[in-house]
Design a protein around this ligand. Sequence first.
Ligand SMILES: Cc1cc2nc3c(=O)[nH]c(=O)nc-3n(C[C@H](O)[C@H](O)[C@H](O)COP(=O)(O)O)c2cc1C
Length: 147
Amino acid sequence: MGHFCTGVTVITTRDGTEPVGFTSQSFAALSLAPPLVSFAVANTSRSLPRILRSGAFSSNILGAGQEALGRRFGSPRQDRFAGVDWRPSPVTGTPHLAGALARVDCRVHEVLPGGDHTIVVGRVTAVAHDGGDPLLYYRSEFRQLRS
Ligand SMILES: Cc1cc2nc3c(=O)[nH]c(=O)nc-3n(C[C@H](O)[C@H](O)[C@H](O)COP(=O)(O)O)c2cc1C
């Protein structure tokens, strides 16, 4: 599966006032009507129960210059948001990371078993995008478009 090139997102939510987030390459479009997206998250993830409890998440689609954020939110460190520029979504309150290519706000629509992962289906409530080149992930490395 490492040969399947993807974009990189940081899926965020709020645990009370605490921002929560992790790096995901499994984020995908699912349905147009209704507007649904999905991602798969390890059953052991610390973010998963907090996403389910809050009932909402944002998918922050990272830009080419945001590799450091992809690494930070994909590592086990506790203080992932320390020094990170973010603001709450006006719709759901979930964190929007500054400089992301696009931010997709969702309400949790359905939760499905997926082996050692859980498939979370979100109903899109708002989308914002700034444009720019994407950050890619391919064969366990962050990459960028060449042209
Ligand atoms: C580029 C990249 C993509 C990732 N994609 C996923 C993913 O789709 N699902 C997942 O569960 N973990 C994914 N991970 C790993 C998680 O980000 C990582 O295990 C993180 O520490 C989980 O944090 P949490 O336990 O606080 O939720 C990815 C990591 C990287 C670097």
